[in-house]
Design a protein around this ligand. Structure first.
Ligand code: GLP
Length: 255
């Protein structure tokens, strides 16, 4: 498990609260920080908690910059299923972030190669990501880095696997509507973040969580490559931790 810090929590709500606290702590420490943000079902509760802190505790994001992990190829920003729309609904529209400092790859760019290098350069120019939140796919993907993604990969156009398309079909009218490609930060881009927080909730993630923490570091399980980073916190709820060994559980911290 290398030096990955593992926090075991009871369920989704507790996971979301603990994650939001880690983020809030960084925002307070460095108001002009660079946030690395994710989509999917997993971070919704954490975003809700950050919105609550913004409304009731005065947590401000007014000086922050953000970069999202990924975006579907072919969807324009206004598309209801684009990750831009998701972020607007679940976070940006409800806190005080400056719209011009929220970055998401343009999946509808004319020249996708150029968009990928522009994005990578923009992250570098912002000084790199201070804290990155990640979910995990059932096949161990992070961002849209599917199995086979190398540790040196940068932001690029990726092909989605049938299992990822299937898993994301719940957000679309039908599976045929799910884009088959995405622009995604690479593993090296993610590893460039100063701090990484990965969230996993639910039994469907149990195998991926086990492979990530107990398996060897391999591109076959992209999340396992996080073991080479020295500041990763993995927050896992009981169902997602259900396949972990007693040794791993023993090393974990309970909140
Ligand atoms: C998607 C996203 C990932 C996300 C993962 C898990 O494909 N690109 O960033 O972590 O799948 O999604 P969920 O949180 O909905 O389980």
């Amino acid at each position: 498990m290398s030096n990955v810090k593992l926090l075991l929590v009871e369920g989704y709500q507790e996971m979301s609260k603990v994650a939001a606290q880690l983020f809030a702590q960084e925002v307070k420490r460095k108001p002009d920080l660079v946030l690395g943000l994710a989509t999917g079902g997993t971070p919704v509760g954490m975003y809700e908690e950050l919105i609550r802190m913004h409304r009731t505790e005065g947590l401000s994001f007014s000086q922050a910059t953000s970069f999202n992990l990924d975006e579907y190829v072919g969807l324009e920003a206004q598309h209801p299923q684009s990750y831009r729309t998701y972020m607007q609904e679940h976070l940006f529209g409800q806190i005080d972030m400056a719209a011009e400092r929220t970055n998401i790859p343009r999946g509808d760019a004319q020249d996708l190669e150029q968009e990928c290098s522009r994005y990578e350069q923009a992250i570098a120019e912002a000084g790199g990501i201070d804290i990155q939140v990640l979910g995990i796919g059932t096949n161990g993907h992070i961002g849209f880095n599917e199995p086979g993604s190398s540790a040196s990969s940068k932001t690029r156009v990726v092909q989605l696997t049938p299992s990822t398309i299937e898993a994301n079909a719940r957000f679309f009218e039908s599976v045929e509507e799910v884009p088959t490609q995405a622009v995604s930060m690479g593993i090296a881009t993610i590893l460039g973040a100063k701090k990484i927080v990965l969230l996993a909730s639910g039994e469907a993630k149990a195998q991926a969580v086990r492979d990530m923490l107990e398996g060897e570091m391999t591109p076959d399980v992209p999340a396992s490559l996080l073991q080479m980073h020295d500041d990763v916190t993995v927050i896992v709820d009981a169902p997602a931790a259900s396949l972990l060994s007693a040794v791993t559980i023993g090393r974990a911290k309970t909140e």
